[in-house]
Design a protein around this ligand. Structure first.
Ligand code: NAI
Ligand code: OAA
Length: 338
């Protein structure tokens, strides 16, 4: 009798421990040998939600990058692929993060990258459509305002577009806003939240400082300077690197953070809301970044940007034509380059 009670108790303990266990994810980084790709792959290799990581890049060093990562003593397998082996890297992936493509040089806008990066993103997303059509795709390659619409068109043409699973990664804008506000007000950065909406290029990046938590306020000149610094944070790094590339380490941090949130939500964790650039009806732009609740199937609910002050509303109104044009440029290019 006692031993049967013990067996029942042990079975129920095992079941309850199993239910607490995290689901494991197979992830891929495309562009994994690059300035963002390498530190991003490292952070994903160390993420306990990741059980398998594949690294793909056109650079022949990529299997070596993966061999290097595979020696890290975390509970995930890591393999590397280059050249023709893209589909092998993507096979069975649930999450694919794409930082492949050329970065800016000083004096360039993100839109100047369009001609090169549009076809890189198109080809990589086409391979995802064939090898892992149900994966969540997290696009980092610039210009995000156009590459995400391009990705949507490619997925549509392959008959596998699920708008709930396509994300433009705008997390770096939020990371910068949190950091700069925490520095300005002497706050713990881990307790600062702020929505940053719109797109991911210059003035299309709109931080809603009036909605930061904890509440903060600035004299107008300081608010203007802070807003400008968040909008042009990428240029600050570009200038500081003086021809040596754009933001890589902070982007890897932001990309790994966003990928972790997506995986946590896929795994059933509730209440995760992040700003991300998705197909949207919040404004007249077909794609827009606003707070999005993530769930078991990717996007669960797209929230409006809520109440904003007159200053922020003007920033939104002023940039919407540019954002819309950049989105439409991506859609048109993809439709003409099937
Ligand atoms: N969304 C965001 O917030 C941010 C986006 N970016 C963007 O991320 C992209 C990558 O930046 P970095 O890592 O600094 O550049 P990088 O030049 O250091 O690395 C890019 C990598 O992509 C690889 N690549 C090129 N074509 C490829 C293809 N067809 N398939 C697979 N891999 C390919 C290259 O071999 C290289 O290793 C740029 O477009 C940059 O503008 C950068 C920072 C922030
Ligand atoms: O500025 C760039 O070109 C890279 C980028 O998107 C950023 O750092 O926000």
């Amino acid at each position: 009798m006692l031993s049967s009670l013990r067996a029942t108790a042990s079975r129920s303990l095992t079941r309850s421990l199993a239910s607490q266990q995290q689901r494991g994810f197979k992830c891929s980084v495309l562009g994994a040998a690059g300035g963002i790709g390498q530190p991003l792959s490292l952070l994903l290799k160390l993420n306990p939600r990741v059980t398998e990581l594949t690294c793909y890049d056109v650079a022949p060093v990529t299997p070596g990058v993966a061999a290097d990562l595979s020696h890290c003593s975390s509970n995930s397998k890591c393999t590397g692929y280059s050249g023709e082996d893209l589909k092998k890297a993507l096979d069975g992936c649930q999450v694919v993060v794409i930082p492949a493509g050329v970065p800016r040089k000083p004096g360039m806008t993100r839109d100047d990258l369009f001609n090169t990066n549009a076809s890189i993103v198109k080809n990589l997303v086409a391979a995802c459509a064939e090898a892992c059509p149900k994966a969540c795709l997290l696009i980092i390659s610039n210009p995000v305002n156009s590459t995400v619409p391009i990705a949507s068109e490619v997925l549509k043409s392959k008959g596998v577009y699920d708008p709930k699973k396509l994300f433009g990664v705008t997390t770096l804008d939020v990371v910068r806003a949190r950091t700069f506000i925490a520095q300005a007000k002497g706050l713990d950065v881990n307790k600062v939240t702020i929505p940053v909406i719109g797109g991911h290029a210059g003035t299309t990046i709109v931080p809603l400082i009036s909605r930061a938590e904890p509440k903060v306020s600035f004299p107008d000149a300081e608010r203007d300077a802070l807003t400008n610094r968040i909008m042009f944070g990428g240029d600050e790094v570009l200038k500081a690197k003086a021809g040596g590339g754009s933001a890589t380490l902070s982007m890897a941090f932001a990309g790994a953070e966003f990928a972790d949130k997506v995986m946590a939500a896929l795994d059933g964790k509730t209440g995760i809301t992040e700003c991300t650039f998705v197909e949207s009806t919040v404004t007249s732009s077909k794609f827009f970044s606003s707070p999005v609740t993530l769930g078991k199937n990717g996007v669960e609910q797209i929230h409006g940007y809520g109440e904003v002050n007159a200053y922020e509303q003007k920033l939104i109104n002023d940039m919407l034509p540019d954002l819309t044009a950049q989105v439409e440029k991506g859609i048109k290019w993809a439709q003409e380059n099937k």
